[in-house]
Design a protein around this ligand. Structure first.
Ligand code: PMP
Length: 373
């Protein structure tokens, strides 16, 4: 288990421009600013968005913009609740699920407390932890890509974060393991299950919320629903948890245009979403097969991306980028599988999309691997 302490204190002589002490080890998120011809790097919906959502955006009149949205997106909560199969008092919305995670960390843990999460997982988790003065405790996945239930429970954390399907490794976590974490958590511990990619897995733990007031599930409209640029995320949990998340989050975080498009996407747009989730699942199987046929070892994915341990991943990604294809390169990953040990912790992550795009990425990969020797 690796632990990074983060509870630095201000020292005399600190100026306002140096920010809070807990921000010292935090960097701004670094995304490559150049636009790639084919961008398979961010797990968004490469088919686009439901036509009903774009129609709602075009229809939005000036009053949609000149007035404030509803403070806590009450209308959007109603339709999200119908979609998920719960009542609206179990839903909180946010400016992306990033905002929900950040708000939940702030709502439930005091500065100096710990948050435990599997490693590797969603890279923003340790960042949001530090920003909120929490101590991130990374618990390596078991080999290959499983959850270490005992180590997570032993981490003495106020919050245990799980991600299923897990980003970047792509697999859905074993349901028994998630249930064991929830059952084993102390009454003062919160378990967060990040289901940003749930639509592509066809499984969810939302049903467990009825039995646990310590479980918060987070979701997003950025992936299957194709609305990443509008920034809409939501949480599902016991109403008492939801109120705390909303207090920490503050009002008006989902803007009026996002609310309009989100409403349309989750109602009229659902058939489009389901159709394109099916296409993503087919593309993911085909990409996994193509990579395996090249003698590579992609991890089994339940998401809209495929994780490929590969030596010299960053160098290969740079060569692919010079051919106009962006994929996500990951380095120094904790070696939680044979393939990751062989690649020395280096990997690529490919978002799946229309097959023409994936084929171009495969050609770029083949060429880049040849020139990398
Ligand atoms: N959770 C996971 C696992 C993710 O991969 C992402 C985005 N890449 C998010 C949450 C945040 O998504 P958003 O803020 O767009 O809802």
């Amino acid at each position: 288990m690796t632990e990074t302490h983060c509870f630095p204190v201000r020292s005399e002589g600190d100026r306002p421009s140096s920010g809070r002490a807990c921000l010292r080890d935090v960097s701004r998120y670094a995304a490559d600013p150049t636009i790639a011809r084919i961008d398979l790097s961010d797990n968004t919906n490469l088919w686009g968005m439901p036509p009903a959502a774009s129609a709602a955006l075009w229809r939005a009149g000036a009053t949609t913009i000149t007035r404030y949205p509803q403070p806590y997106s009450e209308r959007l909560k109603e339709v999200l609740a119908d979609y998920v199969g719960v009542s609206a008092e179990l839903i909180a919305t946010g400016c992306g699920s990033d905002d929900i995670l950040d708000s939940a960390f702030r709502a439930f843990a005091e500065p100096g407390e710990r948050i435990a999460f599997p490693d590797p997982t969603f890279t923003m988790v340790p960042t949001f932890a530090r920003v909120n003065g929490l101590t991130p405790v990374a618990v390596p996945l078991t080999d290959p890509y499983g959850v270490d239930v005992d180590a997570l429970l032993a981490a003495d954390a106020r919050i245990i974060y799980l991600c299923s399907p897990n980003n970047p490794t792509g697999g859905a976590l074993c349901r028994d393991a998630i249930e064991a974490v929830i059952a084993g958590a102390r009454s003062d511990q919160l378990v967060i299950v990040d289901e940003a990619y749930a639509e592509f897995a066809g499984t969810s733990v939302v049903g467990l919320i009825a039995q646990s007031d310590r479980l918060l599930v987070t979701r997003t409209l950025s992936k299957a629903f194709g609305l990443a640029g509008l920034r809409i995320g939501y949480a599902i949990g016991d109403p008492a948890l939801i109120t705390e998340v909303e207090k920490a989050r503050g009002p008006y975080k989902v803007n009026s245009l996002a609310e309009r498009a989100g409403l349309a996407a989750v109602t009229e747009g659902l058939p489009w979403v389901r159709e394109h989730v099916a296409l993503a699942i087919a593309a993911r199987s085909r990409l996994t097969r193509e990579l395996t046929e090249r003698g590579l070892e992609p991890a089994e994915s339940a998401a809209n991306f495929v994780f490929l341990p590969l030596a010299c991943g960053s160098a290969i990604a740079r060569r692919m980028r010079s051919r106009g294809v962006a994929v996500r390169a990951l380095e120094n990953l904790t070696p939680v599988s044979e393939a990751l040990r062989a690649s020395k912790g280096s990997a690529l992550r490919f978002t799946v999309g229309p097959w023409e795009l994936v084929t171009e990425a495969l050609s770029a990969l083949d060429e880049a691997r040849q020139s990398c020797g």
